[in-house]
Design a binder for this molecule. Sequence first.
Ligand SMILES: Cc1cc2nc3c(=O)[nH]c(=O)nc-3n(C[C@H](O)[C@H](O)[C@H](O)COP(=O)(O)OP(=O)(O)OC[C@H]3O[C@@H](n4cnc5c(N)ncnc54)[C@H](O)[C@@H]3O)c2cc1C
Length: 413
Amino acid sequence: MKYNIFSLARNARTYHQDWTRAWRSPEPKPEYEAIIVGGGGHGLATAYYLAKECGVRSVAVLEKGWLGGGNTGRNTTIVRSNYLWDESAAIYEHSVKLWEGLSQDLNFNVMFSQRGLLHLAHTVHDLQEIGRRGHAIWLNGIDSEFLDVDQVREMVPLMNVNGRYPVLGALLQRRGGTARHDAVAWGYARKADEMGVDIIQNCAVTGFDIQNGVVKGVETTRGRIAAKKVGVVAAGHSSVLAEIAGFRMPLESVPLQALVSEPVKPCIDTVIMSNAVHVYLSQSDKGELVVGAGSDAYISYAQRGGFDVLEHIMGPLVELFPFVSRLRMLRQWGGIVDVTVDRSPILSKTPVENLFFNCGWGTGGFKCTPGSGHVFAHSIANGEMHPIAAPFSIDRFHTGALIDEGAAAAVAH
Ligand SMILES: Cc1cc2nc3c(=O)[nH]c(=O)nc-3n(C[C@H](O)[C@H](O)[C@H](O)COP(=O)(O)OP(=O)(O)OC[C@H]3O[C@@H](n4cnc5c(N)ncnc54)[C@H](O)[C@@H]3O)c2cc1C
């Protein structure tokens, strides 16, 4: 059913009792053309683009819990494409362009809000870093502006620019912003389902059927399902699945935390990030301040983080935004992020034929949900990595051709 003013009016007549379900809950079929493991945003986007653009409609998305219950539903929703290296610029900008038409494409309001994003500079070194990165971004044809401290103060009057962490300037990407995380998963799920994709929740993949080095299907908690191709998009659990398939993924899984305040009237209309003191902040449409904290310093699969990390974020946060000291923090949660040594993702073929992995998005993959799904779908369909995805192959950890975004992505998001 198309969502529009007419369907809204029609359903109002029956007190909104007759809306069709956004997606079905089918039983798994014995066989599919392609199976996607993981029903987060990236997995659902992959299934959607497989069906929509690659003509592969016999697709199942297998999710061990509920849709978007992983990092997709736990992140602070920052979207940007202002990365340092050409390879990163290509994939993140591809994604931002897809974000710009996504609500129309999915007929679902993903609440993409290009409210601008500021990277603060507190030291001369910060100024040099944003200077270098800003120019690299320009060279890739992506929008980027330098602001002096007066311009920053004008944009964010509530920020204390003369405190313990003086603000010297900022890098601004006006096309950056936020989107509604759940809506992204639901929008992709609904459209993929409409095109025949089976979305199967509460179905964990426990093994791979590999014969003579070729994947033939998966073992699940709901039985064996055959498939010609399998794409694993399981974020924090990717290395666990790789181990089951018989190879190692160069990933570490750590908890990353976020928190929200009580809702207040609109007071911050942009996204603010400070790599140096590790604060990032935006205001949700409900009025809550959405605050990103850091990741724990140790590997874990518990979807909650250490209290010390929260304490660490509150100090600089209150220093930069003194009014926050009078707000109650309502909720705090954690997600398990899969981090690579160069802080760039892995989109790759694997030693097992027809088994593809899309992982390593670490602390910053939400922004690339459309772009990653799009290029991964084309890679699975064609059996060859899409040109935008090719540099993110697992081979780079052997060849040394790393895409080191460690500095640009120093703040976890
Ligand atoms: C606190 C926090 C803040 C963040 N902030 C930002 C941000 O501001 N901007 C940004 O760009 N990114 C951010 N991120 C990172 C971002 O959330 C992730 O990179 C992104 O959501 C990954 O999407 P995904 O679909 O790959 O993973 P997920 O949404 O985690 O989906 C993976 C799915 O795989 C399922 N799965 C795992 N194992 C199995 C199995 N064996 N069988 C079946 N299913 C399985 C899981 O249940 C899960 O639903 C943040 C992350 C966290 C935790």
